[in-house]
Design a protein around this ligand. Structure first.
Ligand code: SF4
Length: 215
């Protein structure tokens, strides 16, 4: 079982990728190639930065004032074994810690997956499943296209039954070096291209790579 995760980016606090305020871990590498994917830099498996699961668990448990962890990417279920280890380590100290994951695969396919993928599924409270389909783009809560579902896999988030199914928007962060980063699911198709063009016109750049990809 792997103790190393190939990481594209981390974010301490995010209010637009799951319930409450959450740490977000974007893994590196996805076997799918959805047209219009806004996280193209996270797709190659050879990219990213290797981090040990203990190091990442210490990071998550050390962030104050968060309600949970969201796993995005890239494809979290391509690194399921190490993510199982990570979730278990985090919950050793915080048994009620909420964990949500995105996947380009549907729940039914993940349930037919390997042992590690099913073990990760068993640990999740929420799953946003299915590939991004640009032709079905919609402004929905935490997801980008109408085929994607929010699946409750535990009883930890009963409040979602009454949640309004509309976009949570995006969060933009100005970095100390003058670049910008963002997180969230764009409510409009083509957001990223327009956003980058506007930033470039104003002399800003959107950072890519290990610390500034977006999902
Ligand atoms: S949208 Fe998600 S599943 Fe599709 S290619 Fe991008 S990271 Fe992979």
């Amino acid at each position: 079982m792997s103790d190393v995760i190939s990481v594209a980016r981390t974010l301490d606090r995010c209010g637009v990728l799951g319930p409450g305020i959450r740490a977000v871990l974007w893994v590196q590498g996805c076997p799918l190639r959805c047209g219009g994917c806004v996280a193209a830099e996270t797709l190659p498996f050879e990219g990213g930065t290797a981090h040990g699961v203990r190091e990442l668990a210490e990071w998550i448990t050390g962030v104050g004032g968060i309600d949970g962890l969201t796993l995005s990417g890239g494809e979290p279920f391509s690194q399921a074994a190490a993510l199982v280890r990570l979730v278990d380590l985090v919950r050793e100290g915080r048994p009620g810690f909420s964990v949500m994951a995105y996947s380009g695969f549907r729940l039914e396919a993940l349930r037919r997956g390997d042992d590690d993928q099913r073990a990760l599924l068993e640990r999740l409270d929420l799953l946003v499943d299915g590939p991004y389909v640009a032709a079905r783009h919609a402004s929905l809560l935490w997801r980008g296209s109408a085929n994607q579902r929010i699946v409750a896999l535990s009883g930890r988030h009963p409040e979602l039954a009454d949640a309004t199914d509309s976009s949570a928007g995006i969060e933009i962060t100005a970095e100390p070096d003058g670049s910008m980063s963002w997180a969230g699911v764009p409510p409009a198709a083509g957001f990223r291209e327009h956003f980058e063009e506007r930033l470039a016109a104003r002399g800003f750049s959107l950072r890519h790579g290990d610390d500034d990809t977006a999902a």
